[in-house]
Design a protein around this ligand. Structure first.
Ligand code: SAH
Length: 196
């Protein structure tokens, strides 16, 4: 299919922050995602106490789900408002600390210690800062990344994965000539070439 119409589209961090400020967050769902429920066993693969990464996390309610099941969650999100709303809406106490390796970044961590949300761009992270993960929940993340940044995003994600980690990816299928995105249309052939 022809994705030429979206190839050069860029949504800036400033625009994402504005969406949060204006409450233009139609992507946020109050109900946990049915595909996470459906494929939870694939993500967990019989393992318990996993470290699970939420790239471009917003205030995804699935983070709370997974910690309630005994896993720990790390997320990254440019909007501090989104992260504060997450803790507030789940009545979770948290504290903030600077991230010495990343200037201007903050880490918001639940008092219980099992939810750590980095407020910065995902491109500022590395495995030396956040470690590696046993699982990834990628919903509204690869499809929200600017098309020109996909390779950089996927290369980074690969460096954040443990050997036996599982990666659940949700994409959306539609005619890219009819909507400008995000979410962007990422054809299956491109997913194969990106992740190998
Ligand atoms: N995954 C979430 C949010 C999807 S919307 C969910 O399922 O609800 C995409 C989110 O990515 C927005 O909240 C936006 O603020 C954030 N974002 C966009 N670019 C980013 C970047 N470079 N680094 C971190 N977060 C980013």
């Amino acid at each position: 299919s022809d994705v030429g119409s979206q190839k050069d589209r860029v949504v800036t961090e400033e625009e994402w922050l504005q969406k949060w400020e204006m409450g233009n967050i139609g992507f946020h769902k109050e109900q946990g995602h049915p595909l996470l429920q459906k494929y939870l066993n694939v993500l967990l693969n019989g393992r318990s106490g996993l470290r699970i990464f939420f790239p471009l996390c917003g205030k995804a309610v699935e983070m709370k789900w997974l910690v309630d099941m005994g896993h720990s969650v790390v997320g990254v999100e440019v909007s501090e408002q989104a992260l504060k709303e997450f803790f507030a809406e789940h009545s979770l106490p948290y504290h903030e600390e600077p991230v010495p390796e990343i200037s201007g970044a903050k880490k918001l961590q639940s008092t219980s210690g099992n939810i750590s949300l980095y407020c910065c761009s995902i491109y500022d992270l590395s495995s030396s800062i956040v470690g590696k993960f046993d699982g990834v929940w990628d919903r509204g993340a690869l499809v929200a990344v600017n098309p020109c940044d996909r390779e950089r995003y996927v290369s980074l994600m690969i460096t954040l994965m443990e050997k036996n980690s599982s990666y659940l990816l949700v994409t959306v299928s539609y005619d890219p000539n009819k909507h400008k995105g995000p979410p962007f249309y990422v054809p299956e052939s491109e997913i194969k070439s990106l992740f190998g």
